[in-house]
Design a protein around this ligand. Structure first.
Ligand SMILES: Cc1cc2nc3c(=O)[nH]c(=O)nc-3n(C[C@H](O)[C@H](O)[C@H](O)COP(=O)(O)O)c2cc1C
Length: 207
């Protein structure tokens, strides 16, 4: 009997099966002579709390790779369910041959601190400046500092608290999109006497 079989496990060849992951629309361009563009990215993650930093991994053959490599700026736009189809579509076609903003009808709007546009319809826009790029193999990881954040005011409740779940968030797992469902509790609910599902606008320090 192969190792693992006895406990109901199969051995798979090593691959990137980490799930679920976010799926985001990364906007870039709009500066240094580049047209504004959007690329769908699933290989994205938070990597540091202070300073706030995140990473996106992009294949060098992508048009957006050329843009980001040159401008060292991008915006991570977190889509809601309403932008799910457009998010998939932006991952199927290249900005080399098509103006993705024009075709999707999504609106490029001014960012606060970077030259590239935000995607206005996305509820959360995270403006980033590249600090490092790491050539890892198939993908280059851009490690970037978050230098500004814009949040849709529609997601703030009467007390000004951020209710991100109202946006209808998406997740990506093993090649499929999912709508995020029921909230199980807030960070630390396992040790609280009365767990509350409500998320505050300033998230507790986790990482
Ligand atoms: C759900 C999804 C996730 C994707 N994730 C990535 C990714 O993390 N990195 C990447 O380089 N390409 C990723 N892609 C592929 C690019 O989005 C796609 O090749 C896109 O057309 C590139 O656009 P561009 O040439 O305008 O930059 C993904 C596509 C989809 C649909």
């Amino acid at each position: 009997m192969a190792k693992g079989e006895g406990i109901g496990k199969q051995s798979w060849k090593p691959g990137n099966v980490l799930s679920p992951v976010p799926v985001v629309l990364v906007s870039c361009g709009g500066t240094k002579g580049w047209q504004p563009n959007m690329i769908t990215i699933a290989w994205a993650g938070s990597v540091c709390s202070d300073p706030p930093m995140l990473s996106i991994s992009v294949r060098p053959e992508r048009y957006s790779y050329e843009i980001i490599q040159d401008t060292l700026e991008f915006v991570v736009n977190v889509p809601s369910l309403i932008q799910a189809k457009a998010t998939d579509w932006c991952g199927m076609v290249s900005g080399r041959t098509v103006d993705k903003f024009a075709v999707t009808g999504l609106t490029p709007a001014a960012a606060l601190k970077v030259g590239c546009p935000i995607v206005l319809e996305c509820p959360l826009n995270i403006e980033c400046r590249v600090q490092q790029s790491l050539n890892l193999g198939s993908h280059t990881m851009f490690v970037a500092e978050v230098i500004a954040v814009q949040v849709s005011s529609k997601l703030l409740d009467a007390k000004g608290l951020l209710r991100l779940e109202k946006g209808g968030l998406l997740a990506f797992a093993h090649g499929q999109y999912f709508a995020l469902g029921r909230c199980l509790g807030r960070f630390g609910y396992s040790i609280q006497k009365r767990p509350s599902p409500v998320r505050r606008s300033a998230p507790p320090k986790r990482g």
